[in-house]
Design a binder for this molecule. Structure first.
Ligand code: C2E
Ligand code: MG
Ligand code: MG
Ligand code: MG
Length: 277
């Protein structure tokens, strides 16, 4: 079969042959420019403290306002970007945008921690901590006001370097949480060795926990383990009041999930903050 026989070039055929591959190709070829042109946006999902009923923090979650595809969720581009060096300028953009927003919030009297998701390459990048320091200085952000989220998988892919990077955070007083806890290797020996402040129980153990006894047991033992090791615990993916109550009864510290709010733009996050005072 020759595409040329139809009077068209092979290039015109590729998209219809595999629309997904084509979209991925477009995404990667446009990402560098998207970062430069501020086509990315941050949404913020509140972190709610069970003891006080207050919003004490939020997680910055990136989206891409794409000309052709509309608002793209991170699942569509982060895994691709993570395969390349472009994850460095992307994370830098996220940190800079989040810190500029925090500075603005502080002027409005909104005191809220912002958590930023890191990828493997950020943990092995020797320039990274210097970037963090200079952005914190530029936007007058204290170490206690930001937090990094890292997954078990990201840590494990280069444990020695990741450990060094986490130690740098720790020296400054920047908190670090273990994201999607329970879905990776969850080796207790490295949890013990790493300077982690928060365990973040993955949504997959939380969303059915009222119906599923095993999930309830996993949640309770994770909470107890974290507390015994001097860490705080946050549960992600809380979608209803009964799950909130169950986690409060289990002694969980914080929750995140659609029950409190989906990730929202900065203005809506500010409204939620005041509503929970
Ligand atoms: P994550 O860090 O585990 O973020 C939580 C994801 O769960 C978010 O999806 C959030 O919208 C979703 N979620 C929160 N609460 C609920 C709930 O109650 N129910 C359900 N069904 N889902 C809930 P999102 O924003 O699509 O982000 C997906 C992943 O993309 C994140 O997972 C994170 O791994 C990655 N990501 C997002 N932003 C960044 C970034 O700036 N840098 C890096 N490296 N990764 C990012
Ligand atoms: Mg996260
Ligand atoms: Mg997570
Ligand atoms: Mg997750």
């Amino acid at each position: 079969y020759h595409a040329k026989n139809e009077g068209r070039s092979i290039c015109e055929y590729t998209p219809s042959l595999d629309a997904d591959t084509n979209q991925r190709f477009v995404i990667m070829s446009e990402m560098a420019e998207a970062i430069r042109n501020d086509e990315l946006v941050l949404h913020y999902q509140p972190k709610y403290e069970l003891k006080t009923g207050k919003i004490i923090g939020c997680e910055a979650l990136v989206r891409w306002q794409h000309k052709q595809y509309g608002l793209l969720p991170p699942a569509k581009f982060i895994p691709l970007v993570e395969l390349t060096q472009l994850i460095r300028p992307l994370t830098y953009w996220v940190m800079k945008t989040a810190m500029a927003q925090m500075q603005q919030w502080k002027r409005e009297g909104i005191l809220i921690n912002v958590a930023i998701n890191l990828s493997t390459r950020n943990l092995t990048d020797e320039d990274f901590i210097g970037q963090v320091d200079s952005l914190m200085q530029e936007f007058e952000i204290e170490a206690s006001e930001i937090e990094f989220e890292v997954t078990e998988t990201a840590l494990m892919s280069n444990l020695d370097q990741a450990m060094q990077q986490l130690n740098e955070f720790n020296l400054r007083g920047i908190h670090c949480s273990l994201d999607d806890y329970g879905t990776g290797y969850s080796s207790l020996s490295y949890i013990k060795k790493l300077p982690l402040d928060v365990l973040k129980i993955d949504r997959s153990f939380i969303s059915q926990m009222l119906e599923d006894k095993e999930d309830r047991i996993i949640a309770q033992s994770t909470i107890d383990l974290a507390h015994s090791l001097g860490m705080k615990v946050i549960a992600e993916g809380v979608e209803d009041e009964n799950t909130l109550r169950e986690l409060a009864a289990q002694g969980c510290d914080y929750i995140q999930g659609y029950h409190i709010s989906e990730p929202v733009d900065a203005e809506s996050l500010a409204k939620l903050y005041w509503e929970h005072r």
